[in-house]
Design a protein around this ligand. Sequence first.
Ligand SMILES: [Mn+2]
Length: 303
Amino acid sequence: MDLTLVAVPYDLGREDVGSGRGPGAYLKAGAAELLRARGHDVDVVMVRREAPFGDELAAVLDVDRGVAAAVDAARRRGSITLVAAGNCNVTLGVRAGLQRAGDGDAALVWLDAHGDFNTPATTETGYLDGMPLAMLCGRAHRDAVDEQLAMEMLDEAAALHAGGRDFDRRERESLLASAVRVVEGAELRDRGPAEALAPALDTLAGARRATLGLDADEAPPAHLHVDLDVLDPTAAPGVTFPTPGGPSAGQLLQVIDLVRERFALVAVTVTSFTPDRDDEAGTTLAAGLAVLQRVTTELVGRP
Ligand SMILES: [Mn+2]
């Protein structure tokens, strides 16, 4: 495969601190070489913020403009785009880049312990990175997103959120009332990926085929967003907000395969790895590298 690994070393617009150190840690651990060793052509692109840090929202959207340009360029080369980032708001830039490259109709599968569906009206903490999915849908900071990224809002019916188990009360209510398909964390853990998630992915794939006018045997395009905090803290202790009750590392790989059996991946975002919080064994680093490798592994038996 032709791959572009886009590294985004920012934690809420701040460079090389907290989860902003995750992308550099993947590269230092040989992420690009690991992918090349599997036979892939790998380009590495480092995104940098252009303006000095002003306020958090402006800095985040500044980084996202760079992400959008990198993703757009990679997709125009026909490259599958792997984005290693500190926070989930980077997916705004990924989606803006996909839109510019003509991939704006990719479904979005969002794996996260948190809803990331807060708005300034529903948040209990004010935390900006609790809002990126809502921002994509035009529900939060819409003017700033419009102005900085000039992107179309995400069709909520094209999105699926899985693994959530730590929501603000009103955030969860609005997510469940939206057209976003939701498979909550308890269901994923108790019933397992095949039983809990596969039917929802089938429904989403069918809906995307209908919307895009694809044949029954065509895989609709998708963008997979993996916040590593979707994992149980035993499998990923090194994240900003570890939340008990998530899937194991093996179950996450199973989830990735379920997505890839039904969709053609055009982009993958992996976020939240916070090296300072990882254990001595590097459990979270290994989990992130495993995700990057799994999304690029040939699927056996795919039509
Ligand atoms: Mn998140």
